[in-house]
Design a protein around this ligand. Sequence first.
Ligand SMILES: [Zn+2]
Length: 112
Amino acid sequence: MKAHITKAAPKSTASTVQPDSLGSILFNDPPALIGLTYLACLLMTGVFLGLIPAIIAKRKGYSFFLWWLFGGVAWIVATPCSILVANKRKRCIYCGLESPVARYCYRCVRYW
Ligand SMILES: [Zn+2]
C-alpha cells in the first residue's frame, strides 16, 4: 500500500531575515575573511615566485607564460627544472649571433 505523502505548507518566517551579501558574510564571519585573505596571499605569492623560473626559462628560449604558470602552481619544482633544462637558444655558426630560434640566424638570414 502506498503511503500518501502530503507536502507541508511552507511556514511563513519573519521578514527580518536579510539575504547574505558578500559584505555581510565578510564582516560577520571572521573565518571566511581569514580564508579569503589566505587565498589572496597564496595567489600573490604564486604570481611573484612564479616569475623566478619564468625569467630563467625565458632566457633559455622557452615560453615565459607557460613557465610562469608552472612556477605559480609548483614553484619548488619549477625553479630547479628551469635551471636544469637545456638552453634552446643557439649561436650562429657563421657570425656568432645568439638567435631566439634554434638553427636560424636573423642576421645571416639562413639556417645552419
Ligand atoms: Zn649568423
